[in-house]
Design a binder for this molecule. Structure first.
Ligand SMILES: [Fe+2]
Ligand SMILES: [Fe+2]
Length: 179
């Protein structure tokens, strides 16, 4: 097998990794918007969970970028589509369950592209991330069912709950600013 054929195969893998990265960047923006929105509506616990899920998507976007760099590619910075704003609480959860479901479907296709092009590391990365998208799907779908079945009774129990995620401060500045 010649070098150029190998390069072509790597390009195909980089392409799906970048498509996945753009989807993650889109999910981050969408979920951050919903997090502020749910916090405003005073559904603290829902806001906190959506924030944590947005952080998962950031980890995914970084993992895809790291693999793209390892393969000699350039990670994309643009996100895939536009962010829906001002969604009602009843609209958020079926929307997000659907987004995760589509993501799982698409990532399974991308995983096959990695396999066909002989990249088992990228294949495993997709496998690992699909597992986490499944957890997101389960959560969004559960909340959607509660809202559909119990409506205001369920939402009344959530109203006024704290939106704290329990996460300690992290990031560059609070970890000593590089010292
Ligand atoms: Fe993700
Ligand atoms: Fe997700």
């Amino acid at each position: 097998m010649g070098k150029s054929s190998r390069e072509k195969r790597t390009q195909k893998v980089i392409e799906v990794l970048n498509k996945a990265r753009a989807m993650e960047l889109q999910a981050i923006h969408q979920y951050m918007n919903q997090h502020y929105n749910l916090d405003d509506l005073d559904f603290g616990d829902l806001a906190a969970k959506v924030k944590l899920i947005a952080i998962d998507e950031m980890r995914h976007a970084e993992k895809f970028a790291e693999r793209i760099k390892e393969l000699g590619g350039e990670p994309v910075t643009g996100h895939d589509g536009t962010v829906k704003k001002g969604q009602a609480v009843e609209g958020i959860f079926p929307f997000d369950a659907n987004l995760e479901d589509d993501t799982i479907e698409v990532y399974n296709q991308f995983l096959l592209v990695c396999r066909e092009n002989g990249d088992s590391i990228s294949m495993k990365l997709f496998e690992e991330i699909i597992d986490e998208e499944q957890l997101h799907y389960n959560y969004f779908d559960n909340v959607d069912h509660h809202i559909k079945k119990l409506g205001d009774t369920y939402l009344a129990k959530i109203a006024g709950t704290p939106s704290s995620t329990g996460l300690g401060p992290s990031g560059f500045a609070v970890s000593g600013g590089g010292e």
